[in-house]
Design a protein around this ligand. Structure first.
Ligand code: NAP
Length: 187
């Protein structure tokens, strides 16, 4: 059986921000594929069984018209009580032991989401794959994906695709040798 994986799948501005300061995603939502595609999101989402997310992401999603993660196990990291929802659990502290516990319970593919959680996942070296969908927009200020002083990590480019909307999607996996990868398909 393949070992469990942890993936990140994020929409970012050209200046690598993931949300406005107040959490709004309007700048990102404008970039739906005119052809009606979803940039591979549904295909990716069908492969994951568990989401591990930060509290701010959970609170944002609770405000959506529709709960988007039906049928998936969701673990929310927070130091404060979260709004309860069926299928949603709470955790705090280090990610690695929480992920190990999920793997022991049968999780095979975890979707790690939320800027703080992704940065922690990179610091703890638990992220296997990273898909960045870069929308053609400079946000100027907002919530960052990366931080100064984060870990150095070699990545291997698996694919790069430009869409008619102007969105460019880069798919990476962690390079075990720790050096920048070359190759991958580009369209
Ligand atoms: N562009 C995209 O693709 C994308 C994807 C996901 C989310 N977003 C947006 O990004 C924003 C959220 O990102 P974010 O970086 O601000 O926050 P986040 O990672 O979603 O959540 C951060 C919060 O999670 C809790 N937390 C983090 N690490 C923890 C730990 N180890 N133990 C316990 N609690 C922990 C803390 O909440 P407490 O204060 O409760 O402890 C912290 O303030 C939202 O606006 C969301 O909609 C965008």
């Amino acid at each position: 059986m393949p070992r469990p994986r942890v993936s990140v799948y994020l929409g970012v501005s050209v200046d690598l921000l993931i949300a406005r300061e107040d959490g709004r995603l309007d700048w990102l939502e404008r970039f739906h594929d005119p052809a009606g595609g979803d940039y591979g999101y549904a295909a990716f989402f069908s492969t994951i069984d568990t989401l591990v997310i930060g509290r701010a992401t959970y609170d944002t999603v609770l405000g959506f018209d529709r709960w988007p993660w039906e049928g998936k196990r969701v673990v929310v990291f927070s130091h404060r009580p979260i709004a309860p929802r069926p299928g949603v659990e709470q955790a705090e502290g280090a990610l690695a032991p929480a992920l190990e516990a999920l793997f022991a319970l049968g999780a095979r593919h975890v979707y790690l989401d939320g800027g703080a959680l992704v940065r922690q996942g990179l610091r703890e070296a638990v992220v296997d794959a990273l898909t960045l969908s870069i929308v053609p927009h400079l946000l100027g200020s907002g919530r960052p994906l990366f931080e100064r002083g984060g870990p150095e990590l070699g990545l291997r480019l698996l694919g790069a695709e430009a869409f008619p909307s102007g969105l460019v999607q880069l798919r990476y996996e962690r390079s075990e040798v720790g050096s920048p990868g070359a190759g991958g398909e580009a369209r």
